[in-house]
Design a protein around this ligand. Structure first.
Ligand SMILES: [Zn+2]
Length: 486
């Protein structure tokens, strides 16, 4: 059949994509570096009739949004679904070209995977829309013939508008981020300052009052089996000052989502991007109050102790991390279960087995930027000259671009391109400082100052030799998946 399809369409057909549904055969193919979708039969994709096969029309069309909608309707496994409490890994794809590599990394692992995953911030920086993100996942899933099902994650949503846009694009999981309403100073505030902070909270938004909260927490010790969580007045006040407004904001966002959602949806709650770590008592308070307000969620991302810097391994004491993670797991099991979500989760090789040992199935590891770095590794091997330009540009941009990220790289330790031989270039992607410098400058390279210079060339390079791109992704993300699978 594949030979006939090739002959009729003139496309280099992806064999794994050929699938029949409702009497129509669908498949994906390429011509040069451009991809096309095709169908054989009546009522298939939108495009041009190029011939007939066994009396049925053969149509070839663009891999655009209109056809992505057709494919998602015809082939349910190409649209995302809710994954509930399955152990999972999230694989964000900033370039929109990584899905086949992601699928290969996770296939056969038993882990569930989130493929369409991008935060609003990343969409702004890469000039992509929620539709783009969803469509890229659909085409990648079709290309690989991946029928196991996958999740989608509209990540770090802060406003009603963020929710509305991503609901419309068909996302199924929504990560609500109330980080802007978390008061990082509450941990260290003097008792006067703390009293002022608490006085400034509108308790009606939390549907409670100070006396009710005190009655439910102060002087209480909650026995969670493996750990005990004790509250005195000060612990409660700090928790209220720090997370009270965040509780109210999540409840508002959740209710809005429930109003506008058009089908089943699931929720993650993330406070990982705050300055101060979430203590187990604060996790307990935050989750207890959210439950009281009727919020339901499948994953929660505390801000852990230690440093979760972009693109590099965990920085901190592993024993202390394990002890703290175990307490978070105890809270999660008592109030959930739900998955403990590890954000900035890529390249944290020293903690995956700790997390999997302690949380069992209730763990989610979220990765994104590391796939962009692996794309650069592929480019370093395939088009050294292009990589050299990107490297020098990133070195110039780093001091500015690092502002909104947790990174500590020293750009003076990253060699300029003229100091390296071609064969040394891919190895830069194993260097701490170079990884962070290349990581946080993705927005500048892909869209902002570097957009015209690099954007199209990066896409063209990866499309020209996509198997090399998929292979580096499979290898690198496979290293994330292996310790989690157990
Ligand atoms: Zn995050």
């Amino acid at each position: 059949m594949i030979e006939e399809l090739k002959k009729e369409t003139g496309l280099d057909v992806y064999e794994a994509s050929i699938v029949e549904a409702g009497g129509v055969t669908y498949f994906l193919g390429r011509q040069g570096v451009e991809k096309f979708v095709a169908s054989v039969g009546d009522g298939g994709i939108i495009g041009e009739k190029v011939g007939e096969l066994n009396g049925k029309p053969v149509i070839v069309g663009p891999t655009d949004h209109a056809n992505a909608l057709v494919i998602r309707k015809a082939l349910p496994w190409t649209r995302p679904r809710c994954l509930g409490l399955l152990k999972s890994v999230g694989m964000g794809d900033r370039l929109g070209l990584a899905t086949p590599g992601h699928i290969r990394a996770v296939s056969g692992s038993g882990l569930a995977v989130f493929l369409a995953q991008q935060s609003i911030r990343e969409m702004v920086r890469t000039k992509r829309s929620p539709d783009d993100v969803m469509d890229s996942a659909t085409w990648g899933v079709l290309q690989e013939g991946f029928k196991d099902g996958f999740g989608s994650d509209a990540d770090h949503l802060q406003t009603f508008e963020d929710i509305d846009r991503t609901v419309k694009a068909g996302f199924t999981m929504f990560t609500i981020d109330p980080g802007a309403h978390v008061d990082d100073e509450a941990d260290t505030a003097s008792s006067d300052a703390l009293a002022e902070k608490v006085a400034a909270i509108d308790f009606s938004e939390m549907e409670t009052d100070a006396a009710d909260l005190a009655g439910r927490y102060v002087g209480k010790t909650f026995d969670l089996g493996d750990t005990k969580i004790a509250f005195d007045e000060e612990i409660l006040l700090r928790a209220v000052a720090k997370y009270g407004k965040a509780v109210a904001h999540v409840a508002k966002m959740y209710r809005h989502l429930a109003d506008v959602a058009s089908g089943p949806f699931e929720v993650e709650i993330s406070v990982d991007e705050t300055e101060s770590p979430t203590s187990p008592a604060e996790h307990f308070f935050f989750a207890t109050e959210l439950k009281r307000l009727g919020v339901e969620w499948v994953a929660l991302a505390p801000r852990f102790i230690g440093r979760f810097e972009k693109g590099v391994d965990y920085i901190g004491d592993l024993d202390a991390f394990a002890a703290s993670f175990a307490e978070h797991v105890a809270v999660m099991k008592a109030l959930g279960p739900y998955r403990i979500s590890i954000h900035s989760g890529s390249d944290k090789f020293s903690i995956y087995s700790i997390a999997a040992d302690l949380a069992g199935q209730y763990v989610h590891v979220k990765t994104a930027g590391t796939s962009y770095l692996e794309a650069l590794r592929a480019i370093a091997a395939m088009q050294p000259e292009l990589f050299r330009e990107i490297l020098d540009f990133a070195r110039e941009r780093y001091e500015t671009d690092k502002a909104t990220y947790h990174v500590s790289a020293d750009v003076t330790k990253v060699p300029s391109a003229d100091m390296l031989k071609d064969e040394q270039l891919p190895g830069l992607l194993d260097d701490f400082d170079a990884r962070q410098v290349l990581h946080v400058t993705f927005g500048s390279v892909l869209t902002a100052d570097g957009g015209e210079r690099f954007g199209a060339r990066i896409h063209a390079a990866l499309k020209a030799d996509e198997e090399t791109h998929y292979a580096v992704l499979e290898k690198h993300l496979g290293r994330h998946v292996a310790p989690l699978r157990q």
